[in-house]
Design a binder for this molecule. Structure first.
Ligand SMILES: [Fe+2]
Length: 255
């Protein structure tokens, strides 16, 4: 199993605090059946800035330690930039890191409370520059929960999305779990990954999430999500089904 979103690198953000914690996270990942992790430190989220070079170096260091500790896990480089107007300019400057540095898939984090008005234009511009944007954890964005049609429009126009395993497992509450499952139902998401920060409150939950997905949607769905993570690592096109609209409560209320 491949986890494409994880804060396993130490001392860069609100994820792992030190090398020991990174090794504990690594052991827990292996225990869940994860063999590869794309490390995705926060960038420009108002608290943390981690540019490409910093991350590449830190990934090398952690891989060396994993080898010397005999932990069978490979770390690949990535980044989780918060949406901002100059992200493409900074990509051109070499500060922004695509997933596995393959110049194909770019994570975009929205603020938790709203969707900036320029999001659609930026997602378009990212695609025009030859990259595919992946909106991370849309299920935890308040405006998208209230207006899922916004996400439908983004996906219809070519953006991909990633939901967090612990959202499916129910760690963020019933409302977020329900919305996560609605996103899967409506073909509005393409990846499941951990966004693990630590082993206490923000752990992997990948095995649990996949168990739930297999139970509800069958093994084919679980296979598609797992395969998509592999394709991202390889920088290849991923599987996607035709997105549909999520019915909001108001519409359901008519019946
Ligand atoms: Fe994250």
């Amino acid at each position: 199993m491949i986890d494409i979103h994880c804060h396993i690198l130490s001392g860069l953000d609100d994820g792992s605090k030190d090398l020991n914690e990174s090794l504990d996270l690594a052991r827990a990942a292996v225990h869940e059946g994860i063999k590869t992790i794309i490390a995705t430190p926060h960038h420009k989220n108002g608290r943390y800035e981690n540019n490409k070079q910093t991350i590449l170096q830190k990934v090398d260091e952690l891989n060396q330690t994993l080898i010397s500790e005999g932990i069978p896990l490979t770390i690949l480089p990535g980044q989780e930039p918060r949406i901002y107007g100059e992200v493409l300019e900074d990509y051109e400057k070499g500060e922004i890191l695509t997933l596995n540095n393959a110049n194909q898939f770019l994570f975009i984090e929205l603020p938790s409370g709203h969707v900036p008005r320029y999001t659609e234009k930026l997602l378009f511009d990212i695609q025009m520059s030859g990259l595919t944007p992946i909106i991370v954890h849309p299920e935890r964005n308040q405006e998208l929960i209230e207006q899922p049609d916004l996400l439908y429009q983004f996906v219809k126009k070519g953006a991909l999305t990633q939901i967090t395993a612990s959202s499916i497992a129910g760690s963020f509450g019933k409302k977020i779990k329900k919305f996560s499952l609605q996103l899967i139902d409506a073909n509005l998401t393409h990846f499941v990954s951990s966004d693990a920060h630590n082993l206490s409150k923000r752990s992997f939950k990948m095995a649990e999430a996949y168990e739930e997905i297999e139970k509800k949607y069958g093994v084919d769905y679980a296979y598609m999500f797992k395969e998509n993570a592999e394709l991202v690592v390889q920088g290849k096109n991923v599987y996607k089904e035709i997105p549909t609209r999520i019915k909001t409560k108001k519409i359901l209320g008519i019946f």
